[in-house]
Design a protein around this ligand. Structure first.
Ligand SMILES: Nc1nc2c(c(=O)[nH]1)N[C@H]1C(S)=C(S)[C@@H](COP(=O)(O)OP(=O)(O)OC[C@H]3O[C@@H](n4cnc5c(=O)[nH]c(N)nc54)[C@H](O)[C@@H]3O)O[C@H]1N2
Ligand SMILES: Nc1nc2c(c(=O)[nH]1)N[C@H]1C(S)=C(S)[C@@H](COP(=O)(O)OP(=O)(O)OC[C@H]3O[C@@H](n4cnc5c(=O)[nH]c(N)nc54)[C@H](O)[C@@H]3O)O[C@H]1N2
Ligand code: SF4
Ligand SMILES: [Mo]
Length: 749
């Protein structure tokens, strides 16, 4: 088995022509072409890379950001893992042949399940996986492992927006319209989104709004995107972090009280107005000003601008992680959707509401069964008809499909936990596919402790990420340009990923890995290793579901058709949703009354709200981009943004080292009272201060791309949104103090 070739599925292969594909990173999925390495360069083994070029496509119009341009550098990177690595008794990861690796993994699954039951094995997936891998991983968990314990990093990303979209519209597709529709807008309200750094080529779609002074950016920082409002291009609203719900209730209050409501749209297309009128009543502009810091007259001007565009031009409301990644993220997004509905936008020709999906396959990855409560086609795992349908496609009795599992934070909190009188035991053996939770999950010290308490940890990755370093078994997988598959972009459009280069000998496709493991575990259904075959099965499994892919084929995609789901067999797909109605049985959107609690008193001396987010040069946990020379040279270490006035108060100069810690001791997380006698050191972040007048004086900001003591998630907490399971990533009350330079500089990055 160890000499088995990687699956040969290429249509383009390593032919001399460039291969048309898409960027490996974010959900904009910019089109690019990969030309083979120049002749004589010696192929991947020599480190020669295919050449990346931007390709004409509606979302990026030939543009790429720095991450896209440098993405091919990682294909033949010296850090690539190219053999399975098993931890020996002395604690060292050592190469083993594939058959040894897979047999060991299967044996550990059996042992854990014999001792503790089926749910003792867990799976943690990722929104970067192709549709084929995400679909098969969901099936692998339910049928090959027989566990309900599967969830994924999309829970950290899209879950609040998804929950709010489902509640309001009956369906969750990030943008219910093509990105290019934004070109017609004269007003765009962008809440908690920094597209200028997180999706640079997207900025061109804001040109129309900027030209007329209609870009409104809501961010506690003067982000690169907020800067796009300069010179009359728009307005930057700079509220205190985590006051967006109040701000949005305030805008709705003005729309209702100042006669800006789209009466006939609301009457014909929505339900729930009365309760929303009551819920926004207490938030008159001056009260909102007191809570958020945004002046009342600025709020009035913004509401009037939105309403006049909605009436006579075109107006869009878009949200990003800045307002979504909160413990009340679902309600905050709901308030943004309510505002859009009150203005008559969703499904009209005058604009709409959308959320900007994050990961490369953040959209498709949330449709086909990686979520703990979900089956393919965006079906509910608790719905008897959905279970029957999927069981038929899988050729198993309905009862063979486990029930719902638990969301990501709860799953991670359960690692290694023994059973008690009141609660079942946690996961003892975990498979990780496409996430680096030791950097990206909230409260990473607790996560690391959980991973170390496992009986067995399997990590599939192409690099030794910080999470892979904790593994008992690392399985080396393929990178994007080495595999075939499909991705679904932020507009719900399905795209082809194509193989452009040979994979290193020794790495294997995840479909191949699942196929072999399923056989070793006597799985009751087939696990094809050919992506096209998996996609055919996904089409059948999704047929009739909300996210119906049954009409999409590799042939249609290869012929260049633009196919947005839902795409039932024979249809041309749905680029624009809601034009004829919403996905609730009565066709109406739901206005859902949400309430804000009065903000907590402002932090005391030396205390701040810590906001977290992204830098242009790094992607997520940085497992990939920290290995790209130009990117890591541009952003080598973590920096804490601090306002100069706040820094002066703390006696901190630009470039000085600071320590960031929680203002209050963390509430006892779900891990319980901890191990007796094993007092954990208080988690802190060590960073250099970067003084910037662009941030509010009561706020500090950290990017989350760095590991170790540089990890912002050292201090974030396990608190989650009760509806979506989204962690509170975006605000933590912290103390900032001067610190000594770390003895080992590496510690901080
Ligand atoms: N360069 C880069 N690009 C990426 C990624 C990456 O890691 N790096 N990741 C991709 C993924 S998975 C995602 S999800 C997207 C995320 O894309 P964005 O949502 O644009 O990214 P963030 O930087 O997380 O957050 C956006 C902004 O929210 C602001 N913010 C923080 N707290 C608050 C608050 O309480 N209220 C408001 N209104 N704003 C707040 C931050 O200051 C920040 O500027 O980016 C995708 N693109
Ligand atoms: N404080 C704070 N924390 C955050 C956020 C924040 O804004 N603030 N944002 C959150 C968000 S929106 C997200 S999306 C998460 C993301 O956080 P992570 O899930 O940690 O994201 P990545 O760094 O993309 O991790 C992907 C890992 O999988 C590997 N990989 C890439 N492609 C594949 C593949 O096809 N198969 C396999 N097996 N491995 C692959 C990569 O090498 C990398 O090690 O972080 C969240 N954490
Ligand atoms: S914007 Fe996103 S998809 Fe486009 S090149 Fe940059 S990382 Fe890649
Ligand atoms: Mo994300």
């Amino acid at each position: 088995m160890s000499s088995a070739p990687a699956p040969a599925v290429s249509t383009a292969g390593t032919a001399s022509r460039p291969t048309a594909t898409h960027c490996p990173y974010c959900a904009l999925q910019c089109a690019m072409s990969l030309a083979p390495a120049p002749a004589g360069a010696g192929g991947p083994a020599s480190g020669a890379q295919p050449e990346v070029a931007g390709r004409e496509f509606p979302t990026n119009r030939g543009g790429l950001c720095r991450k896209g341009w440098t993405s091919a550098e990682l294909l033949a990177h010296p850090d690539r893992v190219t053999e399975p690595l098993l931890r020996s008794d002395d604690g060292v990861l050592r190469p083993v042949p594939w058959d040894v690796a897979l047999e060991r993994a299967a044996a550990e699954v059996r042992t854990a399940q014999e001792r503790y039951g089926k749910d003792a094995v867990g799976v943690f997936g990722g929104g970067g996986l192709t549709n084929e891998k995400a679909y098969l991983l969901g099936k692998f968990a339910r049928l090959a492992l027989g566990t309900s314990r599967i969830d994924y990093n999309g829970r950290f990303c899209m879950s609040s927006a998804a929950a709010a979209g489902n509640r309001a519209f009956g369906i969750d597709r990030g943008l219910p319209f093509p990105v290019t529709d934004l070109g017609t807008a004269d007003t765009v309200l962008l809440l908690g989104s920094n597209v200028a750094e997180t999706m640079p080529p997207f900025v061109q779609h804001l040109a129309g709004a900027r030209a007329g002074g209609g870009l409104i950016v809501v961010d506690p920082r003067r982000s690169a995107t907020a800067e796009l409002t300069a010179d009359g291009a728009g307005t930057h609203l700079q509220p205190a972090p985590h006051t967006d719900l109040i701000l949005l209730l305030g805008l709705a209050h003005i729309v209702i009280n100042d006669g800006l409501l789209a009466h006939s749209y609301v009457a014909e297309r929505t339900a729930g107005l009365e309760a929303v009128i009551r819920s926004v009543a207490p938030w008159w502009p001056e009260r909102v000003q007191a809570a958020t810091g945004v002046p009342a007259h600025v709020l009035r001007e913004a509401a009037e601008r939105l309403a006049s565009s909605a009436r006579t031009g075109s107006c869009y409301i878009l949200t990003g992680r800045g307002i979504e990644q909160h413990a009340d993220g679902t309600d905050t997004v709901t308030a943004a959707i309510n505002l859009a509905l009150l203005l008559g936008l969703p499904g009209s020709e005058r604009g709409g509401y959308g959320t900007l999906t994050g990961q490369g396959n953040g959209q498709g990855g949330r449709e086909h069964g990686q979520k703990s409560d979900q089956l393919p086609g965006y079906r509910k795992i608790t719905d008897p008809a959905a279970r029957e349908h999927v069981a038929r496609v899988w050729g198993v009795p309905e009862a063979a499909i486990p029930g719902p599992g638990v969301p990501a934070v709860e799953l991670l909190a359960s690692l290694g936990k023994p059973a008690t009188a009141d609660a079942p035991g946690g996961v003892r053996c975990l498979f990780v596919h496409g996430a680096n939770v030791v950097v990206s999950a909230p409260d990473v010290s607790a996560v690391r402790e959980g991973l170390r308490a496992l009986d067995f940890l399997v990590v599939c990755d192409f690099f030794l990420s910080e999470t892979a370093r904790e593994a008992d078994l690392v399985l080396p997988v393929l990178q994007w340009a080495e595999e075939e598959g499909t991705m679904t972009n932020l507009e719900g459009r399905v795209l082809r990923r194509r193989r452009a280069v040979e994979a290193p000998a020794g790495a294997r496709s995840e479909l191949w890995i699942m196929n072999r493991l399923a056989a070793l575990l006597d799985a009751p259904s087939a696990f094809p290793e050919d992506p096209r075959e998996v996609f055919e099965e996904l089409r059948a499994a999704s047929s009739g579901g909300l996210a119906d892919y049954s009409g999409i084929t590799y042939e249609r995609l290869d012929a260049g058709e633009a196919l947005h789901w839902p795409c039932p067999a024979g249809s041309g797909g749905t680029p624009r949703l809601f034009t004829d109605g919403f996905a609730h049985p009565d066709g109406r959107a739901r206005l859902v009354a949400v309430r804000a609690s009065a903000p907590a008193p402002s932090a005391g001396a030396g205390a701040f709200q810590l906001a977290t987010g992204r830098l242009l040069e790094h992607y997520q946990s940085g497992a990939q981009t920290r290995r790209v020379e130009a990117l890591s040279a541009a952003q080598p270490e973590v920096r804490l943004s601090v306002h100069p006035a706040a820094a002066a108060g703390l006696g901190i100069a630009d470039g000085a080292w600071v320590r960031v810690r929680r203002e209050h001791a963390a509430p006892q997380g779900p891990r319980g009272a901890g191990t007796p006698g094993a007092a954990q050191p208080e988690p802190v972040v060590l960073a250099r201060a970067e003084l910037t007048a662009g941030i509010r004086p009561d706020t500090v900001f950290l990017p989350f791309h760095f590991p170790g003591l540089g990890a912002a998630n050292q201090v974030t907490e396990q608190r989650t949104d009760p509806i979506s399971g989204m962690p509170e990533f975006k605000t933590t009350r912290v103390l900032v103090e001067p610190a000594e330079a770390p003895l080992d500089r590496q510690e901080a990055s």
